[in-house]
Design a binder for this molecule. Structure first.
Ligand SMILES: Cc1cc2nc3c(=O)[nH]c(=O)nc-3n(C[C@H](O)[C@H](O)[C@H](O)COP(=O)(O)OP(=O)(O)OC[C@H]3O[C@@H](n4cnc5c(N)ncnc54)[C@H](O)[C@@H]3O)c2cc1C
Length: 323
């Protein structure tokens, strides 16, 4: 039976939310087409995570569980996913458009000699074929793309756009034999920054600060509102370039692309390169003292005011509401 194969990304043995979203979308489309859904999970000591993927719609999970795959390696993971592709011969291959997913998808498409449609925000079936919508020109336009050529076409799905839905069900787990892979670059160590803070790429609520904050110490105002809302701290490139906050927080064309349920932009003008990273957020709130700031063009709610007055008052009210 035709199927959609989803690469399920894990970090430190935990499946990432974006992959569950991709798997759920695969299930939704496959159900409409009468296709099957398979998943491939690569890592070390991750076999236990495979079972749960059945409840997100996978009927088969191919597991590559080897010590040398404990950390991501482009060559190794591509070889592992290829083994799963050969096993189930899918119509399409889905990955979440995370940094890892973007890296792996291009390599896989090149190795499989197939097309790659990145950063997809909507998918549908038209005449039995998958059709994708993706933002182009920094989000100024939406392109509808119909893949042609050899299968499986590789799609990366923007995180936080598609709903992850547990639908129940169990998967057949199949451990793939040792993968022949010529791993030329090995990651020896990962030094985490940010002390376990919530990653903007995965957060459902983001409060971001820009140059309007005037200095690094004022990110405390952003953090206080983010904590009150249970969200993550984001930033514009101006704030990152000024050295006020780490690049891991940067949202935009040269930062992370986010689609949270709520995005609060504070002291951010709304340059096109910033909008490219956040304009697909479900609700956008902008706080800016300039009523002409372009951010208000994309905002659902706008507060024209001084963030140094608005932010503490807003944080206080949220805390009161939540207590
Ligand atoms: C190739 C390229 C890639 C880029 N990639 C990115 C990217 O990934 N992400 C990104 O963000 N940018 C990116 N940029 C930079 C982008 O063009 C803008 O320069 C940047 O987004 C501006 O950041 P900002 O809005 O914080 O600062 P500004 O544009 O200086 O805006 C500051 C805002 O704060 C407001 N403000 C000031 N004081 C207060 C106050 N007290 N209360 C309320 N509001 C106040 C001002 O009215 C103003 O609107 C890129 C640029 C290039 C050329």
């Amino acid at each position: 039976m035709a199927c959609i194969l989803t690469f399920v990304e894990q970090r430190d043995g935990k499946v990432r939310k974006g992959s569950l979203e991709a798997l759920s979308e695969a299930k939704r489309l496959a159900t409409a087409a009468g296709w099957d859904v398979c998943a491939v999970l690569v890592g070390s000591g991750i076999e236990g995570e495979a079972t749960a993927l059945g409840s997100y719609g996978a009927s088969a999970v191919y597991v590559v569980d080897e010590e040398r795959f404990a950390r991501y390696s482009a060559e190794g993971y591509a070889a592992a996913v290829r083994a799963a592709v050969e096993r189930c011969q899918p119509e399409a291959l889905f990955l979440s458009a995370t940094a890892l997913g973007r890296d792996l998808s291009g390599r896989l498409a090149a190795r499989l000699l197939v097309g790659c449609i990145p950063d997809v925000t909507a998918l549908k079936l038209a005449d039995g074929k998958l059709e994708a919508v993706r933002p182009v020109y920094s989000g100024k336009a939406l392109a509808t793309v119909e893949p042609g050529g050899a299968k499986p076409v590789v799609f990366t799905l923007r995180p936080n756009v598609f709903a992850a839905e547990a639908v129940g069900g169990t998967a057949r787990i199949e451990k793939l034999p040792a993968i022949p892979a010529d791993i030329r670059a090995v990651v020896r160590e990962i030094v985490a920054t940010g002390g376990g803070e919530l990653d903007v790429a995965e957060a459902d609520i983001i409060v971001s600060g820009g140059r309007g904050l005037k200095g690094p110490e004022n990110f405390a105002l952003i953090k206080a509102l983010a904590d009150a809302l249970g969200g993550a701290v984001g930033a514009s490139r101006a704030a990152v370039d000024a050295g006020w906050i780490d690049h891991a927080h940067q949202v935009g064309q040269t930062g992370k692309v986010v689609s949270p349920s709520l995005y609060v932009a504070c002291g951010i003008s709304g340059a096109i390169q910033h909008l490219a990273g956040m304009s697909s957020s479900k609700i956008i709130v902008a706080i800016n003292k300039d009523p002409e700031a372009p951010i208000f063009k994309v905002a659902d709610y706008g507060i024209v005011g001084d963030l140094f007055q608005v932010l503490p008052a807003l944080t206080e009210e949220i805390k009161k509401l939540k207590s």
